[in-house]
Design a protein around this ligand. Structure first.
Ligand code: AMP
Length: 619
């Protein structure tokens, strides 16, 4: 019995910046499960001086004593290559997130009484491919089979609307501890579709805390006291007091911060006793709240909807309890936001609903998600006099396309006997390719030695987890090359993932019931961490590049302008240059970029020669 439950049970996890929750389908309903006495577990990890790993509330409490051994708000670093230290040990952000996920897994298993192997994990709609991939990696390191990476606003709208059948357009305003997201979601018939999403991965409760903390500290200093920021313990205590005060100001016009013996001077204890009014707090945070409305307007604009077409405004994330947020939303959208689903649990509930559906408990509704970014290769357009303009972006899957998406564009070689296309894959909206995020690169080679105009089909497939497959096919021969971009920048290599999991296992060795639940053959369930180029052709491929778009515009696929190589060389050398040299180099880089963008082929050679000379001279 336990085994069959384990096989089919899929949990829904809201992996939040500040807190995390797990929901599961049980006894005919979705339930946010009790994680050892609380539904909400702080997303905090700490390594004790004795080397033992602590996760959750205990870790949060440790943060005051051992800030250098504690990781908070790790979600903000997901997708980056930063190294996070816990004491003298270093981890990647996905490893820290895996610790949180593993703890959730252990606690969920204790609660349910059987192993849990599968999970749906939520991410902000605005998360890039790299951030999604890092989250997926974290799930795998933790020992889950990650069934789906789900956008948080989609999850929230499911939690609010899962039992409704009529057409509705809702705005989901999600302000959590570290990220902000706003989405316009349409529920029609039996489908839920995210029409548009906008957000800021660096705006959240932590920023509000910081503003209040600095204000309180400045006031304390003005009263003649020393700066608590110079004393670790005092700063830790004050940080926690600030968060408590912020929460109280959500339902009280005034609150007090009382911290006895916060500091001492010449052996005399110094106390803090300060009243804070909601008005003062609101004056401080107003710019942050207004900043969030820029995304609200953008999302509405992108969705093609007007505020008065919204049927409901849904609140998600602990910070949406802030009265100023609710007030401004009501003023701007002329609609009182709904608060009937617990804003801290809505995302987990929605993840649980999708998890239950994937587990076979179908409630008759279908999810349609959208991509928050465009994806496409770098290309070159033909300028005047047949001179190609490089560094152009040719988005194939457009922002806002429902997922899963599968789109193909036709390109054509420009050079005779062009056998190769260096395909640089970008994510973003800027018409200049290099101003977007490059998420992958591969060489399609082996094209036939034929005159320019050889048709090349490029297909982009984006799955429901936001993971991309790119295929290039030479139309003439059907030869294809395919790359799976599971490892957009920041993803971990398979070997590193394996090491990370072994490392995690050793930390959790004290929980033997857990190791039993890990899939035995790690290599089977770990996605390949490195960009994998699967050649599906039967003959060896060799080539160069060039193409004509369906609209007839000549596109030179993947032309690598020598200027790009020079720019990269210059940029790599910027660090460590003297200020004067640096500004000269920067000026030339800017000039060359402008020349490339404007297709100014007169100035470009001169600017390149100048930069080349300067770099040579600096050598
Ligand atoms: P989440 O990431 O959704 O868990 O949101 C956590 C954020 O919400 C943290 O910054 C909390 O301090 C904040 N928060 C929780 N409760 C309240 C409250 N009552 N008033 C204001 N902010 C809150």
């Amino acid at each position: 019995m336990a085994d069959s439950m384990a096989d089919e049970t899929i949990v829904g996890i809201d992996l939040g910046t500040t807190n995390s929750e797990v929901a599961v389908y049980r006894n005919g309903a979705i339930e946010v499960i009790d994680l050892e006495g609380e539904q909400i577990m702080p997303s905090v990890v700490s390594l004790s001086p004795d080397g033992s790993l602590i996760v959750g509330t205990a870790a949060k409490n440790q943060a005051i004593l051992y800030p250098e051994r504690t990781a908070i708000s790790i979600k903000r670093r997901m997708g980056s290559d930063e190294s996070v230290s816990l004491g003298d040990k270093f981890f990647k952000p996905q490893e820290i997130s895996a610790m949180i996920l593993r703890e959730l897994k252990v606690r969920a298993e204790k609660f349910l009484g059987y192993p849990v192997k599968k999970a749906v994990i939520t991410v902000p709609a605005f998360f890039s491919d790299a951030q999604r991939q890092a989250t997926r990696d974290a799930g795998v390191i933790a020992g889950f089979e990650v069934m789906r990476i789900l956008n948080e606003p989609t999850a929230a709208s499911l939690a609010y609307e899962s039992d409704k059948t009529k057409n509705r357009i809702v705005l989901v305003y999600d302000l959590g501890g570290g990220t902000f997201d706003v989405s316009i979601v349409e529920a029609h018939g039996d489908a839920t579709e995210v029409l548009a999403s906008h957000g800021d991965t660096r705006l959240g409760g932590d920023d509000f805390d910081r503003l209040l903390l600095n204000d309180v500290i400045e006031e304390f200093i003005r009263q003649g006291n020393p700066d608590p920021r110079n004393t670790r313990l005092a700063l830790g205590r004050l940080t926690q007091a600030i968060v408590r005060a912020k929460h109280e100001l959500s339902f009280k016009p005034y609150t007090r911060i009382r911290e006895e013996n916060l500091l001492e001077r010449d052996g005399v204890p110094l106390h803090m006793d300060m009243e804070i009014s909601r008005q003062r707090y609101e004056d401080l945070i107003k710019p942050l709240v207004e900043k969030s409305f820029e995304s609200v307007h953008k999302a509405l604009n992108d969705s093609g909807k007007k505020a008065d077409e919204l049927d409901a405004v849904l609140l998600v994330g602990g910070m949406t309890r802030t009265p100023l947020v609710i007030r401004r939303l009501a003023e701007v959208l002329e609609k009182l936001p709904r608060t009937d689903v617990h804003p801290d649990l809505a995302v987990a509930m929605g993840a649980g609903i999708l998890a239950s559906r994937l587990g076979g408990h179908d409630d008759g509704r279908v999810l349609v998600d959208i991509t928050p970014y465009s994806f496409g290769p770098e290309a070159a357009t033909m300028g005047d006099f047949g001179i190609p303009i490089a560094d152009r972006y040719a988005p194939i899957i457009k922002k806002g396309t429902p997922l899963p998406a599968n789109e193909t564009e036709e390109f054509a070689t420009l050079c005779n006997n062009q056998e190769k296309w260096e395909v640089n894959v970008f994510q973003g909206e800027n018409p200049i390719a290099s101003r977007n995020i490059r998420i992958g690169q591969f060489i399609a080679d082996g094209f036939s030695k034929v005159p320019a105009g050889n048709k090349v089909l490029c297909t982009f497939e984006l799955d429901l987890n936001g993971i991309l497959n790119v295929t290039v096919v030479e139309k003439l021969t059907g030869l294809s090359k395919r790359v799976r971009i599971e490892n957009a920048l920041g993803a971990m290599a398979k070997d590193d993932m394996k090491k990370a999991r072994e490392n995690l296992d050793s930390f959790f060795a004290a929980a033997p019931e857990l190791s039993e639940n890990l899939p035995e053959n790690l290599s089977d369930d770990l996605p390949d961490g490195s960009t994998e180029l699967a050649t599906q052709s039967t003959k060896p491929l060799e080539i160069e590049a060039g193409a004509v778009s369906p609209a007839g515009t000549t596109v030179l696929a993947g032309l690598r302008h020598p200027a790009r190589t020079l720019l990269e060389k210059a940029e790599a050398r910027l660090e460590g240059m003297k200020e004067k040299d640096r500004s000269d180099v920067l000026a030339l880089i800017t000039r060359i970029r402008a020349d490339i963008t404007d297709g100014d082929n007169k100035d470009l050679p001169a600017a390149m020669a100048e930069l080349d000379d300067l770099l040579y001279f600096l050598d």
